[in-house]
Design a protein around this ligand. Sequence first.
Ligand SMILES: [Cu+2]
Length: 224
Amino acid sequence: MLPANTVPNTASMEFNWLTFNGVSGPSITPMIVRLGSRVRLRIVNLGMDHHPIHLHGNQFVLTGTEGGRAPESSWYPMNTVLVGVAQARVVEFDAKFPGSWMLHCHLPHHMMNNMMDLLRDRQIETADQTDPKALSQMQTLVNSLHVEHIHHAPIAPDANSVKGFPQDAFMEMGMDAAVDKPETYGLPPNWSAGMMGMMTLIRVLPDQQYEEIMRKKESGDAAR
Ligand SMILES: [Cu+2]
C-alpha cells in the first residue's frame, strides 16, 4: 500500500507474486473446456494465505471438500469459493456460456499485479496501448488514493510521452510469445498484459475451436 492509504492499489506492481500450480499468470496454462460439458475444478490450498477463488461468467456449486464428496442436497449456487489454508474445495458447473473466463483470487491484496484495468466485459479482450479508457481508469484510481484531491485531477494529454508512464498503474507490455502454447491459441493480441499474478482463464469453446486446440496439443504444433 502507498503511504497513508488504507486501500491497496489493485493495479499496482507489487513485490509478492501469488501462483496457481507454482506459476503466475500469464504463464498459467488456461483450462480448455468444450461448450456444453460439465466442469469440475479441484482447488487445493497448500499456501499460507486464504484465497477466495472467483470465476467470471458462470455459477458453480460446491460439491466437495478435503473431506470428500458433499451430498447434493447441500449444493447451492456461488461464484466465489473461499479456499482456506490446508483446505480443498471441489466445484462444478455446466459450461453453458462460451468465452475466455477469468479464474482468480479475489482478495484485493492478492489481485495485485493482475492489471484488472485492461479487462473489459469480464473477458479477455485486446489490451490496447494506453487507450483513453485506461487513462480515465487511472485517473479514478489516482483520485481514490489521494482523498484530499476530490476534484478530478487531469492527466496531461502528452502524459503518455513521459518515459515509464504510467508506472504503478498498469503494464503495457504483453508477453504473448513467451507464454505461447496450444491453450492460448485464438486469444486476442496482447492478452497476456491483462493476465498477471494469481489468475488464469477457463476457456469455454464451441466444438470447432475446442477440437482445433486439442489437435495442436496432440501434434505438438506451435500455437500460432
Ligand atoms: Cu488470494
